[in-house]
Design a binder for this molecule. Structure first.
Ligand SMILES: Nc1ncnc2c1ncn2[C@@H]1O[C@H](COP(=O)(O)OP(=O)(O)OP(=O)(O)O)[C@@H](O)[C@H]1O
Ligand SMILES: [Mg+2]
Length: 360
């Protein structure tokens, strides 16, 4: 429940926090999505461009000011990244013109107890990346690995639904705590900000948000962090690829030609920045009738052939499975809901192929 009284007190505290331009951050409109609950939990996002100066320092001052307000139990606040300056810094390898690289490298260092970082990607949307990432994460825990799952789809987070997560994560000592469910430590932008708020973000802010999901979240020690990426090959992929922290990428595709063409583009991008392709997964490969007859709706074996073409390992095929879809919508992935089902077994098989190539 929100607490209007507390919110007023918090607002006046934020008015005491100066922005670099001279005004205060509240009046300048640099505080976004401010809420205060009756349990004393205060949340907001600091818009770095409006606040000006060093956003992290301003955020720390804002946090401190709010923490002093009577009735505030906890402050969950993040800063967006600065929008990129118009001039591009010249002189270092930067194939995609990504400008806040130094910050990204700082964030990557904070993942030092994470042995492997795997991005699940596809060129095309809706081919099942999020479904694969969620089930694969669970299948990897079933092999005894410590697994994290980061939903990096800033515009369309899926993890809250896939894992049935709700509520806001805790923030302890300025670090966002992961939410643990099904034995997986997970985090999604969907747990931190309003969907509508993120929709208005542009490239650099997306990169900033992603950087925070990596650097401001207490991932702890993990064998593997699985990252579910947005469709296509955009800012999030470039951020990840250039973080120099990716162990490799897994590409999900349906077998039809259109999806495969997009998949090849995705593979190109990762290869350009020297991220190994751990393998290709063919999703929605066939539909099985109750009598056991298989129909290959999108053509047969297309992704496997494409994997061969591009010289990447083929990790396995997943059927179109109504139970898989239902499990997703119910918030209990099939790998957990029905581990002995053929689809869950297919995920186990994929996990078994990936495990040996991971750093131990
Ligand atoms: N093998 C499958 N059988 C049945 N349904 C599936 C299968 N794979 C994915 N789906 C369903 O297809 C839809 C899209 O899947 P999902 O959200 O995982 O795709 P995505 O690639 O992450 O999409 P986006 O590009 O929007 O992020 C979901 O409703 C999911 O439940
Ligand atoms: Mg998705």
């Amino acid at each position: 429940m929100s607490d209007a009284n507390l919110l007023m007190k918090v607002r006046s505290a934020l008015k005491g926090v100066a922005a670099s331009s001279g005004g205060d951050i509240l009046t300048l409109g640099a505080v976004e999505g401010l809420t205060a609950t009756s349990e004393g939990v205060v949340r907001f996002t600091l818009n770095a461009d409006r606040a000006g100066g060093d956003a992290e320092t301003t955020l720390a001052r804002a946090r401190e000011a709010v923490e002093k307000v009577a009735g505030v139990a906890r402050v969950a606040a993040v800063a967006t990244a600065h929008r990129a300056p118009s001039a591009s810094p010249a002189g270092h390898a930067n194939p995609f013109g990504l400008r806040d690289k130094p910050k990204i490298e700082t964030a990557a260092r904070e993942l030092q107890d994470v042995k492997n970082v795997i991005a699940v990607a596809s060129g095309k949307g809706g081919v099942g990346k999020s479904t694969v990432a969620a089930n694969l994460a669970i299948a990897l825990t079933q092999r005894g690995l410590a697994v994290g799952l980061l939903d990096a789809d800033i515009y369309g987070p899926s993890l809250p639904i896939l894992f049935g997560l709700s509520g806001k994560p805790d923030v302890v000592d300025g670090k966002i705590r992961t939410v643990e469910k099904f034995g997986v430590r997970s985090m999604s932008i969907g747990l931190l900000v309003d969907e509508n708020q993120a929709l208005a973000w542009r490239g650099p802010m997306v990169m900033g948000a992603l950087r925070q999901l990596i650097g401001d979240v207490d991932w702890g020690a993990l064998d593997v962090l699985v990252i579910d990426t947005p469709p296509g090959t955009g800012d999030a992929h470039l951020t990840l690829a250039q973080s120099k922290r990716l162990t490799g990428a897994i590409i999900v595709s349906t077998p039809q030609e259109m999806a495969l063409a997009d998949m090849r583009r995705g593979v190109e991008l990762f290869r350009k920045v020297n991220v190994p392709i751990l393998g290709v997964i063919e999703n929605m490969a066939w539909l099985e009738s109750p009598g056991g007859e298989k129909t290959y709706l999108f053509g047969r074996g297309g992704a496997e052939a494409a994997a061969r073409d591009i010289g990447a390992p083929f990790l396995g095929a997943l059927p179109l499975d109504p139970e898989l879809r239902i499990a997703c919508d119910e918030g209990i992935p099939i790998a957990r809901r029905n581990p002995s089902s053929p689809t869950a077994q297919a995920f186990a098989g994929i996990a078994a192929k990936i495990a040996p190539v991971l750093n131990s």
